[in-house]
Design a protein around this ligand. Structure first.
Ligand SMILES: C[S@@+](CC[C@H](N)C(=O)[O-])C[C@H]1O[C@@H](n2cnc3c(N)ncnc32)[C@H](O)[C@@H]1O
Ligand code: FES
Length: 453
C-alpha cells in the first residue's frame, strides 16, 4: 500500500564529531530545500517526506531514498533539489546523475559501513569510554549558557540586519575578542550566520530574540536565564533539602517579576484554548483565577463566554501586569483583579469555577491541602475546582519534564515539588470535592477536576 505517489526518506543523522554523517555534510539544508520546493510546486499531498536515521552511506551524504521505485540518491546538495522534484516527482524521470545505479554495489557498501560502525562501537565500549549520549547530556549546559548569555546581552537585537563582532561589542559594551568567540559559537549552534567576517541573525533568532519582531520572546526567555542562577545551587539544595536562595515573591524585584509573568503569559496564551475547551464554559457566571498571573486564562474564559465574570487574584506586584493584558483584550468590565496572598485567608464564595493553574507545585503538601480547602469553600453549590499542573506518575520518575520541574521547585521554593495524580486526587477529596478526575491535555501539564455537589 502506498498512500502517497512518492515517499522520500531523507537521512538527517548526526554522529559524533569527526565521524562522517549526513548532518555534518549538510542534510539540514537539503531537507529545508526539499520541503520548500515540494510546497512551492503544490506537491505536499502527493510527496511525503520522512526524516530518518542513517541509511548506511554516511560518507556520501546527504542521502535520500524515494519509494515506490526505491531510487537511492547520494550527495544531494540543496541546489540539486529542484531538479529531483521537477524531473522525478513531476515528470516521473529519476535523476540519473545523482542516483546509485548498481543495487549490488550499494548493498555491499551499506554492509561494509555497518560492520565498520559495529566494530567501532565494540572497541569504544571495551575501552570504557563514556557513551556519547551521556557526554552530550552532561555538557548540554554549555549550549544553554551560550544562548542565555546572548539573550542577557540582547545580542540578537544588536546584530540587527547584520554586523561584525566589533560593531556588536561596541553597541552592547562587551569585549570584542570575547564577543567574536560567543558569536562564533552561536553560529555553530545555528542561531547566527557568518559570511566574510560579518554576522546575521538566523531566521529563528530574528523572529524570537530580536527587538522589533512581533514574536520576540526575549523577555519571557529571560526567566530561563534567571532560573540558571538558582539551578547552579542544586547541589547545596539537595544537601539542605530546600532552596538556599529563596526569596519571597514580593522581594524578587521588578526584572524577575516582569520576565516571570511574561514567560507564564506565553505559555498560558498557548494552552488557554485547550483548557477552555476541556473545562467548558457552560454554567459559569463567576470564575476565580487563583494566582492568575497575567490573566491569560481568565481572558480566554471570558472571551469564550460573554456571561462569565472573572477575577484574577495575585500579588500586588503582578496585578498591574494582569490589568494591562486585560485592558488590551478589551475585557476590563468583565475581568477584574484582586490583590492578595493565596497562602492565607478566605477567597470569598459563590464562584462556579475556581481555577488554580501552576500554583500547587510551589507549595508543600500541607499548604496544598489548606489551599484546596479554601478554594472549595469559595465554590457555589454546583461549582467546579480545576487544578492545572505537572502531574507525576505514581513512582514520580516520569514524565521527565515533571520530574525535572520538581527540582526547579527545590531550588526556587521552601517546600514546593511536582505531585502525582494520587496526591492531587486525595487532597481534592479531602477538601470535599466529588467526581474527582484527571483530564490529560497535550503538553506537559494536565488538569485535575472536582465538583462541589
Ligand atoms: C507559575 S505562575 C502561574 C500563573 C497562572 N496561573 C498561569 O497558569 O499562567 C504562579 C502565580 O502565582 C502568583 N503567586 C505566587 N505567590 C503568591 C501568593 N502568595 N499570593 C498570590 N499569588 C501568588 C505569582 O505571582 C504568579 O502569578
Ligand atoms: S548518516 Fe546518513 S547515511 Fe549514514
Amino acid at each position: 500500500m502506498e498512500p502517497f505517489r512518492y515517499h522520500v526518506f531523507i537521512c538527517d543523522q548526526e554522529k559524533p564529531e569527526g565521524v562522517p554523517c549526513c548532518a555534518a555534510r549538510g542534510s539540514g539544508k537539503t531537507l529545508e530545500a526539499l520541503r520548500r520546493e515540494i510546497a512551492a510546486r503544490g506537491l505536499m499531498d502527493s510527496v511525503q517526506v520522512t526524516v530518518c536515521g542513517s541509511l548506511g552511506l554516511c560518507e556520501r551524504g546527504p542521502n535520500l531514498v524515494v519509494y515506490p521505485e526505491g531510487i537511492w540518491y547520494s550527495n544531494v546538495a540543496p541546489q540539486d533539489v529542484p531538479e529531483i522534484v521537477e524531473s522525478h516527482f513531476q515528470q516521473g524521470r529519476p535523476v540519473a546523475r545523482l542516483a546509485n545505479p548498481d543495487a549490488a554495489a550499494l548493498f555491499s557498501e551499506i554492509l561494509t559501513n555497518r560492520d565498520r560502525m559495529l566494530a567501532a562501537q565494540r572497541a569504544k565500549g571495551a575501552s570504557g569510554a563514556l557513551p556519547d549520549d551521556l557526554l552530550q547530556k552532561m555538557r548540554a549546559f554549555q549550549e544553554s549558557r551560550v544562548i542565555l548569555t546572548a539573550l542577557e546581552l540582547d545580542l540578537f537585537t544588536a546584530v540587527g540586519e547584520g554586523a561584525t563582532a566589533a560593531q556588536v561589542a561596541g553597541q552592547i559594551g562587551t569585549n570584542p575578542r570575547a564577543t567574536e568567540m560567543l558569536m562564533n559559537a552561536l553560529t555553530a549552534l545555528g542561531l547566527l550566520r557568518k559570511q566574510d567576517g560579518a554576522f546575521r541573525n538566523a531566521p529563528v533568532s530574528a523572529r524570537y530574540f530580536a527587538e522589533g519582531s512581533q514574536d520576540n520572546a526575549r523577555l519571557a526567555m529571560m526567566h530561563t536565564a534567571h532560573l540558571w542562577r538558582r539551578w547552579s545551587t542544586l547541589t547545596e539544595c539537595v544537601r539542605a533539602g530546600t532552596s538556599v536562595t529563596h526569596q519571597e515573591a514580593a522581594q524578587r524585584g521588578e526584572d524577575w517579576t516582569q520576565a516571570f509573568i511574561a514567560a507564564m503569559h506565553r505559555n498560558a496564551s498557548e494552552r488557554a484554548p485547550l483548557v477552555v475547551a476541556a473545562v467548558g464554559t457552560e454554567g459559569i457566571a463567576r470564575m476565580l483565577d487563583v494566582g492568575g498571573g497575567s490573566g491569560a486564562y481568565s481572558i480566554a474564559f471570558a472571551q469564550a463566554n460573554e456571561k462569565i465574570q472573572a477575577e484574577v487574584f495575585d500579588l500586588p506586584a503582578v496585578v498591574p501586569i494582569a490589568q494591562a493584558h486585560i485592558r488590551k483584550a478589551g475585557l476590563a468590565e468583565r475581568v477584574r483583579t484582586r490583590e492578595g496572598d493565596l497562602r492565607r485567608g478566605p477567597f470569598g464564595n459563590g464562584y462556579n469555577l475556581v481555577f488554580v493553574s501552576a500554583i500547587c507545585h510551589m507549595l508543600s503538601e500541607e499548604e496544598n491541602r489548606d489551599l484546596l480547602q479554601r478554594c472549595y469553600r469559595a465554590l457555589a453549590p454546583a461549582g467546579r475546582l480545576v487544578v492545572q499542573d505537572f502531574i507525576l506518575e505514581a513512582d514520580k520518575t516520569a514524565p521527565k519534564m515533571a520530574a525535572l520541574f520538581a527540582l526547579n521547585m527545590l531550588v526556587g521554593t521552601v517546600a514546593g515539588s511536582s505531585y502525582s495524580e494520587d496526591e492531587y486526587a486525595a487532597w481534592l477529596r479531602e477538601a470535599g470535592l466529588r467526581d474527582v478526575r484527571r483530564v490529560r491535555l497535550p503538553g506537559p501539564s494536565n488538569l485535575m477536576i472536582g465538583s462541589r455537589k
